[in-house]
Design a protein around this ligand. Structure first.
Ligand code: HEM
Length: 168
């Protein structure tokens, strides 16, 4: 299990990437500017012009994702070359102000998800309240999840742990 959680090439990681693609933490990046004039795809950006990256434009509306761009399909990340994705997918930012926790965060998310799924029965309390507040830059999901702790004896039966402690 430790090896699986450390790896960034698993189906679990693909699920995390696909969730981040469709529900990015923030709709836009933090504004940044270049100290000199730049030309980007034919557009002149004068020095010190603030710009932001539109997360939804890049992660969903770009032609790169194909016709099922708004569908949750983690498999798309298993098939893609991660280096090619570098500037096609916005998540931890780009360049010198990149998120400092880019690598550790995913390990924490993977560990947390596995812990939740292994030890809790999870269900949505009210499916009808699942929407995104579009007036806000940060994604604030407005729904509740019920987490019921699975008692250790139930867990032992469901994963097949015998009285001698051996997993079968
Ligand atoms: C899913 C979790 C996270 C996401 C999606 C995320 C995303 C981001 C983004 C988009 C930026 C701005 C990058 C830019 O302006 O180009 C950023 C900056 C930053 N993040 Fe994160 N972050 C996450 C978790 C964390 C955690 C857990 C930490 C620390 C323990 C952290 C530390 C930082 C720091 C220090 C910066 C500023 C870097 C700088 O300005 O030089 N982040 N993050």
């Amino acid at each position: 299990m430790d090896q699986y959680l450390q790896s960034a090439s698993t189906y679990l990681q693909a699920c995390i990437l696909e969730s981040s693609r469709l529900k990015p933490l923030a709709a836009f990046s933090v504004p940044q500017s270049a100290p000199t004039d730049r030309v980007v795809s034919g557009y002149k950006m004068p020095a010190n012009t603030n710009f932001v990256v539109n997360a939804y434009a890049l992660n969903m509306r770009s032609d790169h994702w194909g016709p099922d761009n708004d569908t949750y399909r983690p498999e798309r990340f298993l098939a893609r070359d991660k280096v090619k994705l570098r500037y096609l997918f916005w998540r931890f930012g780009f360049g010198p102000r990149l998120c400092m926790s880019k690598y550790t965060t995913d390990i924490i998310i993977r560990e947390t998800l596995v812990n939740l799924v292994q030890n809790y029965n999870l269900r949505l309390l009210d499916k009808t309240t699942r929407f995104r507040d579009k007036s806000c830059w940060i994604t604030h999901p407005d729904f509740e999840i019920c987490c019921e702790r699975i008692e250790p004896e139930t867990l032992a039966v469901s994963v097949g742990v015998a009285a001698d402690g051996v997993t079968r």
